[in-house]
Design a protein. Sequence first.
Length: 340
Amino acid sequence: MTERADAAFLASHGWTDFFASQIEPSEASLIPMRIAEVHRARLSALSAAGPVRLTLAHKTNTADFAVGDWILADPRTHLLVRRLERQTLLQRRVEGRNTQQLAAANVDTLFIVTSCNADFNPARLERYLALANQAGTHPVMVLTKADTIDDASTFEQEARSLQRDLDVIIVNGRSADAVGLLSPWCGAGQTVALVGSSGVGKSTLVNTLAGLSHEAAQETGDIRESDAKGRHTTTARSLHAIAGGGWVIDTPGMRTLHVSDVSDGIDTLFSEITDLAPSCKFRDCTHDHEPGCAVQAAIKAGTLPAERLVRWRKLLEENVSNTPVQTGPRGNKIIQKKKY
């Protein structure tokens, strides 16, 4: 494999100076690979020579790795030596656990997929947006199943109101037109990931973007028309090449998303409230009953929907409640949840 071929592989797979700067002189003999699949007991990666099943050191925990991670490995044995620092990381806290579940790493754009039916839930979509904002990825709202209703404009307008300057795209996941509509975020070396509830068409969209054959396609499932809920058809995360030279990561459906460690993401999501807060009379204003509250004034003036404040407060309280803190003497700290 020539240096030119290696450089072409790296550039096409999303390698940037951010990752290159992390390689130490002593690691010159190692080669970069990108994690393509994460399983309970094994990791698969993409290298300039092709797909590789990595050799793992004893006691390696695959849960510490995410699809999209860049790692350094021995070119002969494929032994994973170390993971490079991530530029972005999508993760969520699972109820009952103190650790975060890793969803995808080094993602440039997050497609938040929802359908134009009962699945469209502003409160849940705001959770996805807070997740994307905190991770440092660019969120794009993708509305599917618009062909099943007469007019999708109401869904589009409501989606745009969820966050300032939010990109919203309406697609037919089974149509080749979806590739062109989403192409601005799927260029060479770019990585996108898809999140959303089960049954909204994520796997169908992945199959269309990746041009997967029937044998290699992600399994898809129908939804119940009564409540627009579907089966979990994707059970593992995987990295696929897409038209235009980009990469797409599919993720299992998440019907319930508990926010945690996303305070900055919430500030971005509710920027209209964040921008008004400094104008309140009191610095610690809760935007509830205090006199001189700029947020309450905006609600009375009709420039801020009251339901936005309700959802902001609920999401903020949930985030504080779910975010663990370290307590105890130095060197012997334990994790416990915050109390709001």
